[in-house]
Every structure is written in structure tokens, then in C-alpha cells.
Design a protein around this ligand. Sequence first.
Ligand code: GLC
Length: 429
Amino acid sequence: MKMWNKRCAASLLLVAVLGGLVSAPAAARGVSIKISCGAVGRELELCRESADAWAAQTGNQVQVVATPNDSSERLALYEQVLSSGSDKIDVFQVDVVWPGLLGSHFVDLEPYAHGAEAGMFTDFVASNAKGGRLVAMPWFINGGLLFYRKDLLAKYGLGVPATWDELGADARRIQGAERAAGNDKMWGYVWQGRAYEGLTCDAVEWIASFGGGAIVESDGRISIDNPRAASALRTAASWVGGISPAAVLNYAEEESRGVFQAGNAVFMRNWSYAWSLAQAPQSGIRGKVGVAVLPRAPGGAHAATLGGESLAVSKYSRNPAVAADLVMYMTSAAVQKQRAIAASFNPSLLALYQDPDVVKANPFMGELYGVFTHAVARPTVIAGTRYNQVSNEFWNTTHDVLSGRAKPEEALAQLSATLDRVSRGGKWN
Ligand code: GLC
């Protein structure tokens, strides 16, 4: 009898495995996994939805841990948790610029990915590799975009601005006319001016679109002290208190979206997540928004900073295989498609940009595909573990210029000298 039971149980298990009812790592049912997700826009809600769906499918439990909106604060929190070797969080949502900083705390996901990364943006996959290990699975890609009010441009007979000068002139004109007509809350342009990683993203775009380089070039040369970079910062500083509220110096993504979605800005720089929120049934600007490439300087090229988020498994997790199963589920084509349609997260999987449902919900994903494939990377590869120090110095210098505390030329010369020290004379390692 006993013998029969064992045999019977074994063959039932075999049938279940062959029938796909039990996947290898998820066979450990009843395991509790903690996943930390971003909370910008609908990030947290969508993360919870798919994590719960995985839990229901696999018989495990999942707990979603919210993190601060500000990516620099999120990094500080992660550094604290990981440096203590804590097993409190199994799965981390990580920024595309962090694998160099945090990668040594994460497990190699290659054995769990079974080649899934081959269908993803190559640069994004490369940025998640550290020492030959795939330390995070690309989840969604970000590229800076210009959101504009179609209705207002049409009302004033204007096209979408191609240069920063045009944007400045259009913003001033519409802001002035709308205020004169009684909308005294109207602003021309909102963006991310707080001293944090988001400002690095915006300023990298301004400088690249002026032909002013990428702070540190891939050969290690510190290029930031140049006249084009200075012009870019001078232009941005001229917006503050004019077409942009002085409070923009404390705006992250969500503060800019708040102003734009309330109908109080003509233009906004943001990531793609802002699209589905602007188009939501309860949004006051539904149907009135267009998305375009960010402007450039005369003679410069349009530029978008490469952003994005991946999922990593902590090497301090007590259940790394089950945690990796959750990561592979969350980054699967089905979940990425669902997230793109529901909340306009740009998939990391290239094939989804040809998916008619995805493109119907997000026309810009088809039209502006090149923005994402040609996005400008921040200097993470060359700066390695010193990237956050470089970015910190850069955003503080930029913030000083924007707030009128420093002149662009002097500030950039000083930044260059500081980065020279940080890099030990441009050697970096
Ligand atoms: C988004 C991007 C990330 C960037 C951050 C800046 O989260 O995905 O790459 O660093 O915004 O705020």
C-alpha cells in the first residue's frame, strides 16, 4: 500500500511536470517573495497586479514593497538594504544606471533566462551585464520625450517645435496669450529640475542636443567643459521663472506631470508612462496631447537619454530560484504587452513594437521607435562604481546654474576639475 502510494505520487508529479502544471523552481510552493517596485505613476499598481497573478498561478505568496518616487532616494535605500546583506527583499526593480553599482549583490540570471534576453534591446541587455553575469533582466525602456498640447498649438497656428529656440518662443507666446485670457496658472514648459538623477537625464539631453558631448566620453575623456555644453545650460537656465515655474527646480517626473495633466502647461519633458495617464478617462487633457522627439539646437541632433528599469534577484534571498521565476514571469512577453497597453511602459522586447495592440494604444512607440534605439547612454560603463558620484557632481553643478548661483562656463570648468579627481586623472580604474 505504502509502495503504491509513493509510486502513484511520483507518477502524478511526473504528469504534472510534463503537463506544465508545475514549473521547476515554482515547484517550491508556499514560498513568500518580497519584490520592491518603483512607484512613479501607475508603476506600483501594475507591479502588484502581475506579481499577484504569478502568486496565484504558482501557489506562492508575494509582497510588494513600495519605494520612493525619487530614483536617487531609491538608490540610497537599496544601498542600505544590500550592504547589510539583508534578506528582506528578494527582487529589486533597478534603474538602467545601477547594475555597475549594485550588480555584485545580485545573482546571475542567465541560467533562468533560457535566452529570453536575446529578443531585447542589446544596449539595455549590455548595461545589465557585470563581469560576464546577467545581473538583471530588462523590463521596460525609457527615453526622454516631448509631450505637447495639440489643441493649444492648433489654436495659435503653430507646429511642433523642432529647436529649443522655437520651443521657447511658442511657449512664451501661448503662456502669455492664455494668461491674458484668464488662465493665470498656465506655464510654457515643465521638466525635471530637482537635484537628483532625473536632472542628470534632462541635462544630458540638452547638452547632447547642442553637440556638447556626454559628460565623460567612452574612452574616459572628461568632455563636459566645452562651450556647447555651457550654451545648453545657459538656455535651460533662461527658462526658469520665464516659461517654467521657479518651482521646477524641485520637480521630479510626477510634479511635472501634475502641472501638465491639470492643463497648466503647453509642453512637458517626461518618460512614456505619462502618455496613458494623460489619455485616461478622468484626465482633463485626454485627446489633446501629442508626443514628439525633444527639440535640438541649430546644427545639433535630437537627443533622448536612455533610461529604463530591470528586475534583479538579491544574492541574499533565501529562495533565489523562486524569485528568479517571478522575474522571468514579470519580464515575459505576455506581461510586457499587458503593461504597454495598460500603462504605456515601453517593452524591452523588440518584437512588441510590431504588435498592433501595443502600437494602437501607444502610437508613439511605432512612430518614435528610433528615439529608443538611438537614446544617449549616461556614462555608466566608463565610470563603473563611480557613476553615482559623477552624476551627483553633474546634477549639483547643473542645479547651481539653473538657480542662478553659478555661471555655466565657470561651473563646468570646476566640474571638469572635480571629475578629473574622481577619475584619478581620467584613468577611471
Ligand atoms: C526613470 C528611468 C531611469 C532614470 C530615472 C530618473 O526611472 O527609468 O533610468 O534614471 O527615471 O528619474
